[in-house]
Design a protein around this ligand. Structure first.
Ligand code: ADP
Ligand code: MG
Length: 224
């Protein structure tokens, strides 16, 4: 999946109270790329992630996935596209408290009326080190384990692209490091595209392409 953003802007409000959250951002992401985006609070990181993933609409600009204009789709088509092609990981784990880890991971498939691929499920659980925790409720898991369950849930529908907004923001440095190592291993092994927003320079440094955003203006800082 090749993602191309052309001059994406997002302006909130009108007149005096108008805020340019994103200012003509252009970016090309190839399948298998691993990008990190850092920037101060309020610089437009979440806005950018919401636009790149089709969760929110830009004020102007274009976004294509393999040449297809995402914002020309209807809301329904766009959410179906997101469910199939994109996985999300957030700072808050957003697990359902009454479901076990296994049920939480399989939830997106149930919503889409799809059968789980048991071998793939087992492989994900193993890669994320949660194989022995699958019958536990979220409250019986550590923060790091909960985030690993959330990552398995993001991957279960076999998306091409993962967007993560501060995935280590609620974790101590040790479990945050473990979560990042696993996420990177999966990204490399499965050839996923990974876009991570982070405040943590250590996390940002793991990415192959590092970008920074200030006042809605995106700059590519380094690549390897
Ligand atoms: P970050 O994630 O980098 O902290 P955001 O993308 O959340 O920044 O916000 C960028 C700017 O846009 C901020 O000035 C914020 O106040 C503003 N903003 C974000 N969402 C809205 C909204 N729904 N309505 C009005 N202003 C918003
Ligand atoms: Mg944010």
């Amino acid at each position: 999946m090749k993602i191309e953003a052309k001059e994406l802007s997002k302006i909130y409000g009108k007149g005096e109270s108008q805020v340019t959250a994103l200012d003509r951002v252009s970016l090309r992401i190839m399948q298998g790329d691993f990008l990190s985006i850092t920037g101060p609070s309020g610089s437009g990181k979440s806005t950018l992630l919401h636009l790149l993933s089709g969760l929110d609409e830009p004020t102007c600009g274009r976004l294509t996935y393999d040449g297809k204009d995402i914002y020309s789709l209807s809301d329904r088509e766009r959410s179906a596209f997101r469910r199939r092609s994109i996985g999300f990981v957030f700072q808050q784990f957003h697990l359902l408290p009454v479901l076990t880890a296994r049920e939480n991971i399989l939830m997106p498939l149930l919503l889409d009326k799809k059968q789980p691929d048991e071998a793939y499920f087992q492989r994900l659980s193993q890669l994320l080190g949660i194989g022995s925790r699958l019958s536990h409720l979220p409250c019986e898991l550590s923060g790091g384990q909960q985030q690993r369950v959330a990552i398995a849930r993001a991957l279960i529908a076999k998306p091409d692209v993962i967007f993560a907004d501060e995935p280590t923001g609620n974790l101590d440095s040790k479990s945050g490091g473990e979560v990042m190592e696993m996420l990177r291993a999966i990204q490399k092994e499965m050839g996923k595209t990974l876009v991570i927003i982070t405040h943590d320079s250590r996390v940002a440094g793991m990415a192959d392409r590092r970008l920074s955003i200030v006042d809605g203006v995106l700059t590519e800082v380094a690549g390897r």
